[in-house]
Design a protein around this ligand. Sequence first.
Ligand code: PHE
Ligand code: ZN
Length: 881
Amino acid sequence: MRTDTGQVFKLEDYRPSDYLIPLTELSFRLSPDATEVKAVLTIERRDGVATTAPLVLDGDGLLLKKLEIDGTPLAQSTYTVTPDRLEIAHPPEAKRFKLTIETEVAPVHNEALMGLYLSNGVYCTQCEAEGFRRITYFLDRPDILSVYTVRVEAPKAEAPQLLSNGNPLERGEMADGWHYAVWHDPFPKPSYLFALVAGSLGIVNDRFVTRSGREVELGIYVEHGKEKLADYAMDALKRSMKWDEDVFGCEYDLDVFNIVAVSDFNMGAMENKGLNVFNDKYVLADAETATDADFANIEAIIAHEYFHNWTGNRITCRDWFQLCLKEGLTVFRDHEFSADQRSRPVKRIAEVRTLRAHQFPEDQGPLAHPVRPRRYREINNFYTATVYEKGSEVVRMIRTVLGPEAFRAGMDLYLKRHDGEAATIEDFLKAFEDASGRDLSQFALWYHQAGTPNLTVSSAYNAAAREFTIEIEQSVPPTPSESRKRLMHIPLAFGLVGADGRDMVYESVEGATVDDGVIHVRKRRHSIRFSGIAERPALSLNRGFSAPITLSVEQKTEDRIFLSGHDSDPVARWQAFNTLLTEALIAASRQIRGGKRPVFSDRLSALAGQIACDDALEQAYRALALALPGEADIAREIGNDIDPDAIFAAREALAKRIAEENGPSLRDLYERLRDNGEFSPDAAGAGRRALRNALLDYLALLTDGASLAADHFRLAANMTDRAAALTVLAHRHSGTPQATGALASFESRYANDPLVMDKWFLVQASVPGAQTVETVRRLTSHRGFSMSNPNRVRALVGTFANANQTGFHRADGEGYRFFGEMVLEAERRNPQLAARLATAMRSWRSLEAGRRDKARATLLAISGTEGLSTDLRDIVERMLA
Ligand code: PHE
Ligand code: ZN
């Protein structure tokens, strides 16, 4: 583990390196505790660089065995080496020379899961962002593009499959039962895209013919016996390849495309050129073991990594400050793909919910940073919701601002102009400016300025003048190290909804540029006047969630109710109802905190019942509408002095009220939605299950709810229904024989399937209430749990901290104390995992005083620990700052 040096990396310090590495030849002799790595690097001095410039290569915990230049060993006095750095003071004067480096690494002891490590006996690598330097000394930065040839040697019995990037060149037998394979990747790539996999794996094969006729061999490698579980992923891959040709004109460029599923992985998956490595959670699925959400995630992540082949690999990032160049853009692309494969509005609402749940708290707390940060201490800590999700929203806004044709022209230009290069956000924006002739300089602030902009909106109707006026004021709240903000360009999609539910047509508008249903907010204040308006409209704002902002709108409850039933934009329609629910829940939680009983209007529960039973609406949409705002969402809306217990009680009371007011009709619908036996993971099937399970959640609050949920569990024919019933039982009927029985039956059925057991850990870690911290502590000794597997840690400890407001924020601070211990425990093996886990405390300052003090004490205890990793120290110190 690297301990913190306090070094801060700054965007403005970027400078091209003195040397380039046009060719990289690697050979690996694999062994668990002493893998020999030989790197032959063709080094080239950049034009104009003095021959006296030293060559400084990055390392991380390396052991140097041998060093040669052009075949001659280097004298000890001519270089300096530490595990983290190799400096050759006087490289040869020739422009080009060959540097041979031999290092030795121990994959079996690599618990950080960066560099070369072993997962379930399979050798695999993870190099993004700075893992390659844990394999050999290198210019480990994304603007060094090199053509790789890789030879892998291993005992044939242990590792019949030997994989690396690019196309297979050659393979053969060696002495003593060893064999080898050689791979060549013709596309110059940065070191973070290097990958190697060797092991004994089951293989699923298929084929894809690209639009220009290239035949591509597709392979998905999984644990033996799990081949069937890769069918869905393979199907998603082929659909992704086709979609990228159709929608972005991007065609695949190698003869093979391989995906390997491993069980120990820090993130979701990795886009290594021609050899994607996946967390197996995002590959393996069937009806018995995966929920509809799992299927949707697999589809999205398979697409995401595949799409990186162009946005990330063919065009990569100049430096890590530009991470959003590949990530924000690729998330946007995978969102569009999923929207095309499933229901566009439902997908969009789900995106909005995710953005609010993950990115808003980040942007509104101590970890806020611009989509393109200017500083970092540890780049691993910048794989954030802001870079990914807000980064995607920014790309979406470019499309909204330019329109779909100019957007596509800009993309085409970007892909053509920068193919084979390491680019910047400026390059990206310039392509859109050049293709459209538009000026995006104010828009560019979305990349440079942190914080969630807010629009305060009010409106008035003047019947005599037939005019409707909207007053808009923008503000961007201060964020760490950015106290003063500049005015942004916010594309605000809107509609003036008439009594018949149709959008009203206006004669003219003044006060802002308004085109194609979008108000372009660019100034601090706009007073926008629409003329020729015959009646008072209901104002629908931020349709399609056109901008990632918060809105403070003065709006009549009447209008919100009307929009909940009639807005033609499904996202705004969902939002109108969700806002009604949120307002009611905030009021109720205040009442509860004041010692009163919460009061809800009859109309709200009636509206919930209507939406549930409105067959004109998509089932998945109805399920989303029925899901009450989460406790964390409500807390975020309240903003400060948060009492999680009051919020929980308010939410329970409203759920109960909705269930009681609509019992018979919800029950009737629940019966009608019964399974017809056939399972299909597509949007229609998933929508039906989502709605039925949302109904179960309400019905479980009524008399006999526990036995209804127990029947649902017993009769479930797929994991979606089974997991939903298990959650309802464990959360709403904790401790009953039905809940205990279901947990036991689930455990015995899936004891040998770690990915499914994660669901079992997750359900228990999220049981509301003060006692859960004890349950979770006990489960850390369960035989299925392991502190060194990131999926296990996230399922149990991560869920407890992120998805259990009443348990984690227990008033006596025990939740935080336990969590602090777990973070430190994880950190000893895997700093990246620990740092990510720790971000669960990012909103600690918004808690009420008692909890806030206890949370601070835990953060101080972590930061007071000696020898912390850069990863964890960076996160904890920023949270405390
Ligand atoms: N680049 C990966 C993705 O988003 C994420 C990742 C980052 C994976 C760092 C591993 C390590 O597709
Ligand atoms: Zn990505």
